[in-house]
Design a protein around this ligand. Structure first.
Ligand code: NDP
Length: 595
């Protein structure tokens, strides 16, 4: 490594530390508020039929699945594949889709390649139109999956679970809903998704703002005009403010730039915006793919973005460019660590240079540059976001790491200036690392009347991230103590197959109650912590985000550790557990033991 490189790296690391320090807040996760109580209007479903009504049902099933997004749908499909046909799906929204039901903001797409992100392309025969599909196309695919696999007949839409309690006498979960349903189920699968609970920064004065305001996951086309695919005609004479510059804002700002009279982008931390290079699907290539290609491509992508450098590398895109040399590579010496730090710095410097190349005004460009490591926040991919700041109607309001700290009746107030806007959009993200019960919206009651929030008062206790002691037959599709991925659908695919296996094999073996031994949970956590410690302390150097619990420190957050390595490694671990019979570390009560 040359002296120049060492000096450049050192200077960048100092800048990273300065920028990080500006953003550390004593309130950490508590800076955000849920869309309930006084903020309830932010959570109203603008898409569902408000007059929807149906009869309550009383039913006994093998499984109740919470969630009709990808996690819920894949759980249902996997259950069906294993012969379990008696199940109910409970979904708050008016249709399948989850993320893709809620996120209908203009410009919304998935920047993970559609060929590995959209599930069941082989089974449904669907060919995505583009490498990075639009939200409407993915939402439509959710309905295709629902129809193809016969999921609609199992679904209760516009319905939320109110209570769920385990009955040790009946070996059933007793579940009630907001529509008066009473369900008894042998298994209860919580598959509510990762990014389903929208959050707002608790900025003083938001409640006093008199203009129109909403979260990006509840888009109000009645106010903006247009649709996900048509210009927002009602904004032509409007001043619009947007709080947040994450992956959502990166997709949305160019659309606002196109349609609104004035756009004010309130920035706390600049996003990292890499090249997207979208394009239509090559039909000849797509039709030439051999059976099993989608699973192979998913695993290959996961390997490529975790530093395993597979050959061949099947996906050619920005994720690969950025993640080919990943920190998850085992580092055995300080010299190797320095090499890795330098590679990280070079990637980030390329992206900072991209800002200079795309943004005309040097002062604006400077403010749009990200000063943190490439794994600190989710990288975004877009080719129109940065050029939007060249438009005369788009104004960057940089808060130098402080964020918008006050909103008046007319709009945000920054450095004493009031920005009067007709519409204030919150692109402020979703709850990820907050306690699970807060995200579920109800508190499951396990054996002996113990609630999940009591059992998990100090954070998650699980075996493999999907079972917890004291709550027999409750299964989670969630990332804490499980795994995660740049292609979240890969994680969901593996996690739901595992959960469905537990349900089906238990039913087959007449197991009426299955739950982990507390000792096995402790061993699992110790294993995750040991492995995480080997991976170094990268996240501690990062600017706050949901990746690191806003840099908060608590046992709760420490217990939200995920499997170190990648989803394929996690899936292999689970596969070994299943191959050994799925009995290690769990108590299984058979029907015959009850007699
Ligand atoms: P994020 O949590 O990524 O971003 C929230 C934004 O709000 C951040 O820029 C944050 O700043 C900002 N913010 C919070 N409080 C304030 C404040 N008081 N003043 C100013 N700004 C504030 O949410 P997103 O909805 O953008 O993305 C969430 C996730 O959704 C992504 O990480 C990704 O996983 C997924 N997604 C995926 C897409 C895809 O293409 N696959 C597209 C869109 C989203 P700060 O950074 O300082 O915290």
């Amino acid at each position: 490594m040359t002296d120049d490189a060492v000096n450049a790296l050192r200077a960048a690391q100092e800048r990273y530390a300065t920028e990080r320090a500006k953003r550390i807040r004593p309130d950490g996760l508590d800076q955000y508020v849920l869309l309930d109580g006084q903020h309830e209007q932010f959570d109203r479903d603008p898409y569902a039929d408000p007059d929807f009504a149906r009869e309550s049902i009383v039913e006994d099933t093998d499984a109740v699945i919470l969630g009709g997004g990808f996690s819920g749908m894949l759980t249902a499909v996997e259950l069906g594949r294993r012969g379990v046909e008696s199940y109910r799906m409970i979904e708050k929204g008016g249709d399948f889709g989850g993320t893709w039901y809620w996120n209908r903001y203009p410009g919304c797409r998935c920047d993970v390649e559609s060929y590995i992100y959209m599930p069941f392309l082989e089974e449904t025969g669907y060919m995505p139109t583009e490498k990075y599909a639009t939200a409407p196309e993915i939402f439509e695919h959710c309905q295709r999956i629902g129809t193809h696999f016969g999921l609609y007949e199992h679904a209760l839409f516009q319905t939320e679970i109110e209570t769920a309690a385990w009955s040790d006498d009946e070996h059933r979960w007793l579940i009630t809903t907001t529509r008066g349903d009473q369900l008894r189920a042998r298994f209860f699968v919580a598959a509510g998704g990762l990014l389903h609970k929208a959050k707002l920064p608790g900025i003083p004065g938001v409640g006093s703002y008199t203009g129109r305001t909403f979260h990006t996951a509840r888009w109000d086309y009645a106010f903006t005009g247009g649709s996900p695919t048509e210009p927002m005609t009602e904004l032509a004479d409007k001043r619009v403010g947007i709080v947040g510059t994450g992956a959502t804002a990166v997709q949305l700002v160019p659309q606002l730039a196109r349609d609104a009279a004035e756009v004010f982008v309130f920035q706390r931390t600049p996003a990292t915006v890499a090249v997207r290079r979208n394009g239509p699907t090559d039909e000849q290539w797509f039709r030439s793919l051999q059976s099993g290609w989608q699973t192979e491509r998913m695993r290959n992508f996961t390997a490529a973005v975790s530093g395993e450098q597979p050959s061949p590398c099947l996906v050619d895109d920005g994720w690969i460019d950025l993640m080919w040399d990943n920190l998850q590579q085992r580092v055995d010496s300080p010299e190797e660590q320095k090499e890795l730090d330098l590679l990280d710095f070079e990637v980030m410097q390329r992206l900072r240079d991209r800002v200079d190349a795309m943004v005309d005004d040097p002062a604006t460009a400077e403010k749009l540059k990200p000063w943190y490591g490439k794994h600190c926040k989710r990288v975004c991919f877009h080719d129109e976001y940065l050029p939007a700041f060249n438009e005369p109607n788009v104004h960057l309001v940089d808060t130098d790491g402080a964020g918008v700290a006050e909103v008046g009746t007319g709009g945000p107030i920054v450095d004493g200036s009031v920005y009067d806007v007709d519409l204030l959009i919150f692109a402020s993200g979703f709850e990820v690392t907050t306690p699970v019960v807060r995200r579920l919206g109800f508190d499951p009651v396990g054996r002996g009347g113990v609630t999940l929030s009591e059992r998990w008062a100090d954070g998650a206790h699980t075996l493999h991230g999907n079972q917890t002691a004291g709550f027999p037959n409750l299964l989670f599709v969630a990332i804490a103590q499980a795994s995660s991925s740049s292609n979240f659908v890969h994680f969901i695919t593996e996690a739901t197959a595992h959960v469905a296996w537990i349900v089906a094999s238990s039913l087959e073996d007449d197991v009426v109650a299955i739950e982990p031994e507390p000792e096995a949970e402790d061993e699992w956590l110790q294993f995750l912590w040991r492995k995480a410690a080997e991976g170094g302390d990268y996240m501690a150097t990062c600017t706050p985000s949901y990746f690191n619990g806003e840099q908060g420190m608590s046992e709760q957050l420490a217990r939200s550790v995920v499997y170190p390595g990648n989803v394929s490694g996690y899936a292999d671990h689970l596969a070994r557990w299943r191959a050994e019979g799925g009995t290690t570390g769990v108590r299984r009560l058979h029907a015959s033991q009850e007699e």
